[in-house]
Design a protein around this ligand. Structure first.
Ligand code: SF4
Length: 408
């Protein structure tokens, strides 16, 4: 998608979501006392902003605390009794419905062991996100091993419980299902935080049996690939692997611990293996765009889609408290080029998108949302139409099965 103007961005919720990821958001004084504007940090601290809902459906985790966000032209404000985003430079307002996501009441409840539920799992858009296992090993001792964009070590133990029992987690899932109608629970963890996956596989089995909810797992790769067969058999639906970069140079520089102890190759092996044993559209390679060159990012997107997985693309957010906090996120132009390229790569490799119903993620522009950046002429009219027709049929079938048959 080329030739996008600032006025276009204010009219389209997906374009504005991306531009806010790139530029941040300031909050007008009139909204500062709004109790919904709370920040719950999760997932390497990436979900560190405020949660908004654009046009009833598009979930946005808007960066507000980081340095770059203080210079943003975007301000969240109220006009004529409605929440709007204004571009202060242009003095133009957004053109669609905006809501501030109200933190659910279950956040304030306690599990039967007495732990506050928001310290066990938090909503990230329409899904529940739970960090499991102890502190990532790269955050212990020598700070030179941790990923330089990450703030997990600041988060786990401070804003989140380190010890989360199976019962704590199951109770929070039950509440999130009742109150927020979730369809998906996403688990993530740090390096060597889960040494023996047996208990975790048991938890996945219980979620599947008791609730029918979809589950996603994002852990560093296990050397023993048969763990993924066991996870699949227990009922895990989605596997993702944070390979982060295309270039070894950046992988080494930004993720020194991962580079030394795991290595790019092991991530690719895990992606390839899971893409073979899980259904199409269930496996992803997560990358961070905006640190290395666009060409390197495109190369890893091609690699991931060539293995039969889809890329999950995070816009680099220089998080407050991370080693990279003074750096800047990428531009809208760079990101729209990368997201468009990724969508076209999924079409070329026939990877379905958006099959799981009711999942609207706030911390990334989702593969489905990336369609708006893709150039139809790069694949041709026939392939474009064929891909979308088949994908739509798959979406309807999956949605019917999961929502009507599976989830209890
Ligand atoms: S592996 Fe890296 S990104 Fe993940 S928790 Fe550890 S330091 Fe953070």
């Amino acid at each position: 998608m080329t030739g996008i103007t600032q006025s276009d961005i204010l009219k389209n919720p997906i374009l504005l979501k991306l531009d806010i990821f790139c530029k941040g958001l300031r909050i007008d004084d009139s909204l500062r006392e709004n109790s919904s504007l709370r920040i719950f940090r999760t997932r390497a601290g990436l979900g560190s902003g405020i949660e908004l809902i654009f046009d009833k459906i598009i979930r946005v985790n808007a960066p507000v605390r980081e340095k770059f966000a203080q210079e943003s032209p975007y301000i969240l404000t109220q006009k004529d009794g409605r929440i709007r985003v204004v571009n202060e430079t242009l003095n133009q307002f957004s053109d669609f419905d905006i809501e501030i996501f109200t933190p659910p009441a279950f956040y304030e409840k306690k599990t039967s062991s007495g732990k506050q539920m928001s310290r066990i799992g938090v909503m990230q858009g329409s899904l529940l996100s739970v960090y499991v296992g102890g502190i990532c090993e790269f955050w212990k001792g020598n700070s030179s091993r941790r990923c330089r964009f990450c703030t997990t070590g600041i988060n786990v133990g401070k804003n989140e419980e380190i010890e989360k029992s199976e019962t704590d987690i199951l109770e929070v899932i039950e509440e999130a299902k009742k109150e927020c109608d979730i369809t998906f629970v996403h688990f993530n963890s740090g390096y060597n935080a889960i040494r023996d996956p047996k208990e975790f596989i048991g938890l996945i089995g219980k979620i599947r049996k008791n609730t029918g909810l979809l589950t996603g797992v994002q852990f560093p790769p296990f050397g023993d690939l048969t763990v993924y067969d066991r996870l699949r058999d227990a009922g895990a639906d989605h596997m993702s692997f944070c390979i982060e970069f295309g270039s070894e140079e950046y992988f080494k520089k930004v993720c020194p611990g991962k580079y030394a102890d795991i290595g790019h190759r092991e991530y690719l092996n895990a992606i390839e293996y899971c893409a073979r044993i899980f259904p199409a559209g269930s496996v992803s390679g997560e990358i961070i765009a905006g640190i290395e060159s666009t060409d390197e990012t495109k190369k890893i997107i091609q690699r991931i889609t060539g293995l039969g997985a889809f890329p999950t693309i995070c816009v680099f957010r220089p998080l407050e408290g991370s080693d990279m906090e003074t750096e800047r996120p990428p531009s809208f132009g760079t990101m729209s080029e990368i997201l468009g390229f990724a969508y076209v790569s999924m079409i070329k490799n026939n990877i379905p998108v958006g099959l799981a119903p009711g999942i609207n993620v706030s911390i990334i522009v989702t593969p489905l949302e990336s369609k708006v950046f893709a150039a139809r002429d790069e694949v041709g009219d026939f392939l474009w139409k064929k891909y979308h027709l088949i994908n739509r049929i798959k979406q309807i079938m999956a949605s019917f099965f999961i929502k009507k048959v599976r989830i209890r």
